[in-house]
Design a protein around this ligand. Structure first.
Ligand code: HGY
Ligand code: MN
Ligand code: MN
Ligand code: MN
Length: 414
């Protein structure tokens, strides 16, 4: 079916100024954003988002995990809405585009439709998913996962951060009150715009990534226990140094990921020494692992290799170790017909594009378990993300929002 052509385009300058305006909430001196989920800065951007949606004529609801749903009515209110959106929370050293572009491009699409006086057949829904990043509370994308039933809302509300503050307490601290239960909001299809967060589109001079799915992810929490002892009097051969065990594990994870390459990646992203002291041989460390690959069988093989490496390190160094799998996301394909529609829209707009799999996880990877889902990527400078230097261009952001506009229009008027 040919895509209906129109001359409708988003207002790129307005989108860019919206991106820069909201970057002020949690802005860091280095030009990034530190806006952990349900932090005061997140509370401020949520209030801004609600007001901007209401000013655009949307009706805003909040589910029991704080996810914001902003509805634009369609001619046929019996049809499930066509949804878009992403997240407004960031990493501690986050950038101005990860999640934020997709959420605000959805608002820009609504503003563009309003300016043109266009009413769609199906309603359009804008979503700001709580805690996509998984930095303060694990796992990542927890709210969209609860929306599709992977977790119960009660389970998520009880999750605590490093200070013991639960999701429920954090919601209460921001005065966020649910207007609907998690999972009750109807969604007919979901399309998410996001920066690629990797180097491929820029390297190939492509403007649009037509995303076919997301890779699989394993998250582990682990401990290594040795024996605290005096840094001055304990001979090297008699030490049971937990940090040296951790150091060997980090190198083993790198070796194992490379051995399962080229797509496998492994990261030891957090490490905390129990009772750290300059003149004590460390006896305890807590750490996290993030393992990813597009192939489920490879994830299993990597897990087995990591467990074997950890057991070998512990035996050689007279340490004990634990490794708990706390989150597994299967590799997920997006809806082929919806992916093809995104590709046709990019083609119709004359934008250089290519198909790809997402290295990062996204809320779309959860929605894809329940509704037709696709993603649109645009380049980011040097592929940098989860870093305050994250950067994208106004023209690429505008192009991505135009593909989103056309895709949503086609879906909502079918
Ligand atoms: O970890 C991820 O892939 C996402 O950016 N939270
Ligand atoms: Mn993101
Ligand atoms: Mn992210
Ligand atoms: Mn093509």
């Amino acid at each position: 079916m040919e895509t209906a052509r129109n001359n409708l385009r988003v207002d790129g300058a307005r989108l860019w100024s919206t991106l820069m305006e909201t970057a002020a909430f949690g802005a860091t001196p280095a030009g990034g954003i530190n806006r952990l989920t349900l932090s005061p800065a997140d509370g401020r951007v949520r209030d801004w988002f609600r007001a901007a949606c209401e000013a655009a004529g949307l009706t805003v609801g909040t589910d029991s995990l704080g996810t914001q749903f902003a509805l634009r009515p369609g001619r046929d209110s019996t049809r499930p809405p066509v949804a878009t959106g992403s997240h407004l929370d960031t990493q501690p050293t986050g950038g101005r585009f990860d999640g934020i572009l997709g959420t605000l491009a959805g608002l820009e699409v609504v503003r563009t439709l309003n300016d043109a006086g266009i009413e769609t057949e199906a309603p359009i829904l804008l979503v700001n998913w709580t805690n996509e990043e998984g930095s303060r509370y694990a796992p990542a994308t927890m709210a969209s996962a609860a929306h599709v039933g992977t977790f119960t809302a009660e389970d998520i509300l009880a999750r605590t951060d490093a200070d013991g503050v639960s999701v429920g307490q954090a919601l209460a601290s921001l005065g966020i009150v649910a207007t609907e239960p998690t999972g009750s909001r109807a969604i007919g299809a979901f399309v998410e715009l996001h920066i690629e967060q990797g180097p491929i589109l820029e390297a190939e001079a492509k403007t649009v990534g037509v995303v076919e799915g997301g890779q699989g992810i394993l998250w582990f929490d682990g401990t290594i226990t040795g024996f605290e002892s005096h840094a001055g009097t304990t001979p090297m051969p008699r030490r049971r140094d937990a940090v040296l065990g951790l150091a060997e594990l980090a190198l083993a994870v790198e070796r194992i990921a490379l051995a399962h390459g080229p797509s496998a990646v492994g990261t030891l992203g957090e490490a905390v020494i129990g009772a750290p002291s300059r003149n004590v041989v460390p006896g305890r460390v807590r750490f996290t692992l993030d393992i990813r690959d597009p192939r489920a069988a490879t994830l299993d093989a990597i897990e087995a290799d990591v467990r074997a490496a950890l057991a070998d390190i512990a035996a050689r160094r007279q340490l004990t170790a634990t490794l708990d799998l706390v989150w597994r996301q299967e590799p997920v394909p997006f809806d082929p017909a919806l992916v093809a529609l995104v590709e046709r829209e990019a083609e119709a707009l004359g934008l250089a594009h290519r198909r790809m799999v997402s290295g990062a996880s996204h809320d779309a990877c959860n929605l894809a378990l329940k509704v037709p889902t696709a993603m649109i990527f645009v380049p980011c400078k040097d592929g940098i993300s989860h870093n305050e230097a994250e950067s994208a261009t106004p023209s690429d952001c505008t192009a991505g929002a135009d593909v989103l506009l056309q895709t949503l229009l086609t879906l909502a008027n079918r």
